[in-house]
Write a protein that binds this ligand. Structure first.
Ligand code: PEP
Ligand code: MG
Length: 559
């Protein structure tokens, strides 16, 4: 049986299923026999034990997990949450019931906000379960330990669980819920765990069932044939060889350089990115540093962050994006008004222009960090829709000391007038996540329209080809920094369409590097032509795959 979901990365795993324990039952709503003060003490004690445990796990795990778990530890001791618990206790409830109800209120609040915030609702559920388990002296819900390697199947994983997965035991991960931007997906990507998320039918899998987790094909195969298992094992061996291969700069088969860069949200991922062979940073998502801030960060605070990242990439290129606030990443100091369609609202450069002082301060901080370090800093603006916005941004950036200023091409309008946009700036970087969302008119966070969100769609590819052609004509770099660059086959197509560099999650670098090395510039163009000529996304991928197979088969026969 084939179960569809969203694969994270390109890995494959085979093994027996072990299911994650179901959630604790809802605490019974009965009057407490203790007085509210006593219950409040119990609740506060358990909340702080759980907060300390989460912080401790974070410190042990390091990396992005540390930030996620520290944020969870802070949530557990959030004074407004504790006030909410106390409010429920005052009505005579037990501590466990009061914790349950208080967290449920906040969870619903977050879930109702949609996007990035809604995906944090799982984090609150996890804290609530841990606190209730502690109050009831039950074991905390978590990853089972069957004593042999296994494929973990769960409804969804809490960040605390994902962070602590024993990679020697967990061969792969399948979740029934969760999208590509859930914390499970983010951490799985960072830790290179073979994962398929949002696989609704995985709920029917039972302990002991053998499954193949095929992230590259967004698929879980239940009860596979011996042939399918043998093929999966061959792919696992191939990937192990790939990971052990020496890290070299990105290039096509003839040596044409295609720099492979990292997408980063903070300086903390720099060392790992460099280890995996990142030749620089192609997208530094600066807004990730300030998602929890209530007020605009000071120039000094920003300068410190930027300097840390630029120092790690001394001698290399770093493309920083100015704050892309709005839609699924609202910053309270930039996006205050309610909007019906925030993805079409005051986001990216529009929000910054509305609060120009914040943009000025950020550009100043970036220019100061550039002057203080040896990295080559390029700065770009998100959500550019017009040539006029391009002129506005580059003029301001140059005025404030930025040497190389460019724009992200994320809207069809910017792609359609790419020749004029590129004439007004130094470089372009195509954000395929948003470009696909806006071209296909399909919300990138909405599972119900996920079938429309493929960057393989020829409509998206045609726009990318236009930008590539404009870049070649004007001699200006055109990078790709959306998730599309992390797909090894699509990466070749993108180069064939004119991309001059590719930026991605560092865990995807090895696969993309190996894929590029198999094709010449003419091969890449042939793959691109085949994809462009197709009718839809699936057909484009198939057509490119067919040309790729033809090329590699002919080469094997000739050698
Ligand atoms: C994109 O839209 O492709 C992009 C890289 O930006 P983000 O995913 O941060 O919106
Ligand atoms: Mg974007």
């Amino acid at each position: 049986m084939e179960i569809r979901g969203t694969g994270i990365g390109q890995g494959v795993a085979v093994g027996p299923v072990v299911r994650m324990a179901e959630a604790l039952p809802e605490p019974v709503d009965r009057p407490s026999h203790l007085d509210p003060e006593h219950e409040a003490e119990r609740a506060k004690a358990s909340l702080s034990v759980v907060a300390a445990e989460l912080a401790n796990r974070g410190a042990k795990a390091g990396g992005a997990a540390k930030d996620v778990l520290e944020a969870q530890a802070m949530m557990a001791e959030d004074p407004s949450l504790i006030d909410e618990v106390t409010k429920h206790l005052a009505t005579g409830k037990t501590a466990e019931r009061a914790v349950y109800e208080a967290f449920a209120t906040y969870r619903d609040l977050l879930a109702g906000m949609g996007g990035y915030m809604a995906e944090r609702a799982t984090d609150l559920d996890d804290i609530s379960q841990r606190v209730i388990a502690h109050l009831l002296k039950l074991p905390a819900p978590g990853v089972p330990n069957p004593g042999h390697p296994f494929v973990l199947v769960a409804r969804d994983l809490a960040p605390a669980d994902t962070a602590m997965l024993d990679l020697g035991q967990v061969l792969g991960l399948v979740t029934v819920e969760g999208g590509p931007t859930s914390h499970t997906a983010i951490l799985a990507r960072e830790k290179s765990i073979v994962a398929v998320v949002g696989a609704a039918d995985a709920a029917s899998l039972a302990d002991g069932d053998t499954v193949i987790v095929d992230a590259a094909d967004d698929l879980v195969i239940a009860s596979p044939t011996a042939e399918q298992v043998a093929e999966a094992n061959a792919r696992i061996a191939e990937r192990a060889a790939l990971e052990a291969a020496p890290v070299t700069p990105g290039a096509l088969a003839d040596g044409t350089a295609v720099p492979l860069l990292a997408n980063l949200g903070s300086a903390s991922g720099a060392a790992e990115a460099l280890k995996l062979g990142a030749e620089g940073v192609g997208l530094f998502r600066t807004e990730f540093l300030f998602l929890d801030a209530d007020t605009a960060p000071s120039v000094r605070e920003q300068q410190e962050h930027y300097t840390r990242l630029l120092t790690a990439f001394a001698g290399k290129k770093v493309v920083a994006r100015v704050l892309d606030a709005g839609a699924d990443k609202p910053l309270s100091f930039l996006n205050s008004a309610h909007e019906e369609n925030p993805a079409l609202g005051l986001r990216g450069i529009r929000a910054l222009r509305h609060s120009e002082i914040i943009l000025r301060e950020q550009l100043t901080a970036l220019a100061e960090a550039d002057a203080a370090t040896d990295a080559e800093l390029w700065v770009m603006a998100p959500m550019i829709a017009t040539v006029e916005e391009t002129r506005y941004f580059t003029a301001l950036a140059k005025e404030l000391g930025i040497r190389v200023a460019g724009v992200m091409v994320e809207t069809p309008s910017a792609a359609l007038v790419a020749d004029r946009v590129l004439a007004a700036c130094d470089f372009a970087s195509i954000g395929t996540n948003d470009l696909t969302q806006y071209t296909m008119a399909a919300d990138r966070l909405l599972g119900t329209v996920a079938n429309l969100q493929s960057p393989w769609h020829p409509a998206v590819l045609r726009l990318i080809a236009d930008v590539g052609a404009a870049g070649a004509e004007l001699g200006k770099p055109v990078g790709i920094c959306g998730e599309a660059a992390a797909d090894p086959l699509l990466a070749v197509v993108l180069v064939g369409l004119g991309a001059t560099s590719l930026s991605m999650s560092p865990s995807a670098l090895a696969d993309v590097r190996a894929s590029l090395a198999r094709y010449s510039p003419d091969d890449a163009k042939a793959l691109a032509r085949a994809a462009l000529a197709a009718e839809g996304a699936a057909e484009a991928k198939e057509a490119a795959q067919a040309v790729a197979t033809e090329i590699t088969t002919a080469r094997t026969a000739a050698s």
